[in-house]
Design a protein around this ligand. Structure first.
Ligand code: ATP
Ligand code: MG
Length: 559
């Protein structure tokens, strides 16, 4: 995919440009390093667009997709596959540069022995709890482990026996020997390896010791020749350890770690752990529930990948934490769909209309524009007949003056068809309107009257004889609170009980009968809807409302 929009500028891209200009690097290599312990979310999209974006913008540059799979207990193959699919869907490609941190387990082990041999690492027999106690706090220095001064030979022997499986989980760890009084807690002899008798999704039972993230990450970066290791701000305090690791190993490559602010989005949680809770506790139907901020959910909801890329470009990359208004994301989606989605007619809450002066048995084919602002997208024919359905909301019996839609005695235009006038309202025993009898003016074909009389409203409709039944799922924000996970309260108490409304008696125009899964349409006057990729069937279409035509939360946004 070639992008000819001007390169967005931010401090990381500026560093990259400087490093190319100064000759520090002639090839830029970045990486996107997800841990396969959950599905990617909108926050990851920011990181993907940054890392793969920089690779795309610089000649000869590349971006690696590397799975940070050092924790065998939380990782699953399902996640690896979904992550690959999500990255491709967003429009990026790792071009054969697919890596797994677990591929480096041998090398990582060798380097650990090197640290032991150079007196930079030791085997510690303290329990996890003791290690935490000894570590000290932000205000108090740590205490040295009684095992800190073990000799090289003893350390080597113990570490080899750890690897050989002689010890139980948690009984020993390998630690870096740095500085227990460091002001940075990450430097107080961090754990490098722990014992875990667990099968790994790639290495099986080959290992019963597993390297920690902070040790694995810099080495993986260096082994792959990464030039700029871009990560979120929470890793800023880990940078000294990143550098220490590479400074103390015989590796020539030393990537530069640069931190940027993570994406936080209003009315949304972006944390795999919390999203997992929503899935496991049944608050949503799964990782790809269209209300989820996961890339799989967003895709199923109908957000175009280009809208996401555009969103990431607009929010930019900064060093300061902030919360982005989810309305901006929705705006980007609307903007894309407004340009690209074909217009169709669908009636979500149908009300039957009989056009009493329309000849029985007559059927017409009318012409409708696929996209009134883009004539090149053509037109289609839509059937019209004596019985049609309109939207319940487009009729009001005792209407206020400003109601320009259908009300007894007032003419409205049927989109792409005729003027009709309501002559009679049919109600059931409870007084509910169940049917309207209208008259039409055959001279108004095409939507205007030869005598020049005007109507103030135009409404959408579908022909009863040809309409296709559909289920429509209306989504609203998953949380009612702007920052659901900021306070002390459990974020799940802010779940919006009305985040999903299912309407099962909808009717759409027949051209949609063959619509492909994931294709997105504007239902005129209603919003943007896409064919659900999982549940839609030709005999029973299911549409997800991607986004409304306008922002219905405007009031809340105070705009
Ligand atoms: P979470 O906090 O949701 O558990 P994570 O950081 O543990 O996410 P990883 O799989 O480790 O998830 O993340 C892969 C990459 O994506 C990392 O480089 C991380 O910095 C980046 N990333 C994760 N969340 C965000 C976010 N909200 N905004 C920007 N980048 C993010
Ligand atoms: Mg992480």
């Amino acid at each position: 995919m070639q992008d000819d929009t001007p390169t967005p500028s931010d401090f990381i891209r500026a560093i990259v440009a400087d490093d190319l200009a100064s000759g520090k690097h002639d090839t830029i290599v970045t990486r996107f390093p997800p841990e396969p312990n959950g599905y990617l979310h909108i926050g990851h999209a920011k990181s993907i667009c940054l890392n793969f974006g920089i690779a795309r913008e610089n000649a000869g540059a590349r971006c690696h997709l590397r799975f940070d799979d050092t924790n065998p207990t939380k990782e699953e193959v399902e996640y690896v596959e979904s992550i690959k699919e999500n990255v491709r869907w967003l429009g990026f490609d790792w071009g054969g540069h697919l890596y797994f941190a677990s591929d480096y387990f041998d090398q990582l082990y060798q380097y650990a022995e090197h640290l032991i041999q150079t007196g930079k690492a030791y085997v510690c027999d303290l329990t996890g709890e003791q290690i935490r106690e000894y570590r000290g706090t932000l205000t108090e220095p740590g205490k040295e482990s009684p095992f800190r001064n073990r000799g090289v030979e003893e350390n080597l022997e113990l570490f080899r026996r750890m690897r050989a499986g002689e010890f139980s989980d948690g009984s020993r760890v390998l630690r870096a020997k740095i500085d227990m009084t460091s002001g940075n807690i990450n430097m107080r002899d961090p754990v490098l390896y722990r014992i875990l008798h667990a099968s790994h999704h790639r290495t099986g039972d080959a290992w019963c010791i597993y390297p920690m993230y902070d040790y694995t990450h810099p080495i993986s970066d260096a082994l792959e020749g990464i030039t700029h290791s871009l990560c979120t701000l929470e890793f800023e305090d880990h940078r000294p350890l990143y550098d220490w690791t590479l400074d103390n190993l015989p590796i020539a490559c030393h990537p530069r770690q640069i931190e940027f602010a993570r994406l936080n989005l209003s009315y949304t949680v972006v944390s795999k752990r919390k999203l997992l809770q929503l899935v496991n506790e049944g608050h949503v139907a799964g990782w790809d529930d269209p209300r989820m901020p996961t890339l799989s959910g967003i895709r199923r909801r109908g957000y175009p990948p280009a809208a996401l890329r555009n969103f990431c470009e607009r929010i930019g990359i900064a060093k300061k934490e902030s919360v982005v208004d989810v309305a901006l994301l929705e705006h980007c989606v609307r903007e894309d769909l407004n340009d690209n989605a074909l217009r169709v007619m669908g009636v979500i809450k149908p009300l039957k209309v009989v056009i009493t002066n329309y000849p029985e048995g007559q059927n017409e084919k009318l012409i409708a524009q696929n996209h009134p602002q883009r004539p090149e997208l053509g037109s289609r024919s839509i059937p019209f007949g004596r019985e049609i359905f309109i939207e319940q909301d487009d009729f009001m019996e005792d209407a206020p003056k400003k109601f320009f839609r259908l009300t007894p005695g007032q003419e409205v235009r049927l989109r792409y068809a005729y003027f009709i006038r309501c002559e009679k309202v049919i109600k059931d025993a409870t007084g509910t309107v169940i049917e309207l009898h209208c008259s039409y003016d055959p001279a108004t074909i095409g939507g205007s009257a030869p005598d020049g009389r005007k109507v103030k409203g135009t409404i959408h409709w579908v022909a009863a004889a040809n309409a296709v039944p559909a289920e429509v799922r209306l989504y609203d924000r998953l949380f009612t609170e702007e920052s659901p996970d900021a306070g002390a309260a459990d974020f799940k108490t802010f779940i919006n009980p009305e985040s999903l409304t299912v309407l099962t008696d909808c009717l759409v125009e027949p051209s949609l009968a063959k619509a492909a899964p994931e294709s997105c349409f504007q239902f005129e006057r209603q919003g943007y809807f896409c064919v659900d990729s999982k549940d839609s069937r030709p005999e029973r279409l299911v549409f997800n409302r991607t986004v409304t035509l306008r922002d219905s939360w405007v009031k809340e946004q105070n705009r």
